[in-house]
Design a protein around this ligand. Sequence first.
Ligand code: HEM
Length: 265
Amino acid sequence: MPRIRRFYRNLAVMNQFIYDIIAQRRQQPQTGDQVDLLTLLLDARDEETGAGMDDQQIRDELITLLIAGHETTANLLAWTWYLLAQHPTARKRLEGELGAVLNGRLPTVSDIPHLPFTEQLLQEALRLYPPAWFISRNAIEEDEIGGYPIPAGSLVSVSTYLTHRHPDFWPQPNQFNPDRFTPQAEASRPRYAYLPFGGGPRLCIGNSFAMTEATLILATLAQQFRLALANTQPVTPDPLITLRVKGGLQVVAQPVATPVPGDTP
Ligand code: HEM
């Protein structure tokens, strides 16, 4: 099948790319304080045997981090831009916060606590369009949930998407409202009404990293550009492994200084 052949060809390219980086780093180890994740993985030792990871184990770790960490955050940002394009009031509030806190400079990690609305926007985008739109668990023994028998060994999927739009927990669930994520509003909700990063022992390991990265990217770009939808095609989710925008999000970047028709100063 051509698709399968293409998959293996692409996999070989990706593996070669990653194995080259590993070989290069083994030959020229990083020194000093500025070590990156690859060095940490290469230096990691099994506590009991003292053994390090071989190339394939390092490759597997890197692939996990690249795949789990790239597409999810990219999805989150795409949906956030989409929502901002639909809601000019929120966009103005975002630009106001960024202007007041950053005044045109690049954000750093220490700015994040001062950008609450920027973070609320991302949280609301994660609610409406959770990139990981379902999570699964294997039932290790027989159980019953809400009257439904769960046989041992079955796969149970929890829909983050539906939970995030459940009217018992979210008033007007389909409406965009970043103020659902003020500390007061958050405190009034059951913990698992919102689970974009999953929950329990297998909670997303990149949770804080993703929110930090997305906040910094949004704060950097939104100071300079507004992304307007390039056409009137409906924007719909494509529920694959992650919740992509079907066909990609077509946008036009406008410098923030440009007035948007209908905007009041
Ligand atoms: C917006 C961005 C992200 C979202 C929405 C997301 C979502 C999730 C979800 C729902 C899970 C499963 C949790 C569960 O089953 O309870 C998960 C697991 C995981 N995520 Fe993320 N993730 C994101 C970013 C990242 C990043 C940036 C990394 C790495 C740098 C990462 C690495 C992982 C890994 C390694 C797991 C498996 C953890 C385990 O099974 O112990 N994710 N993620």
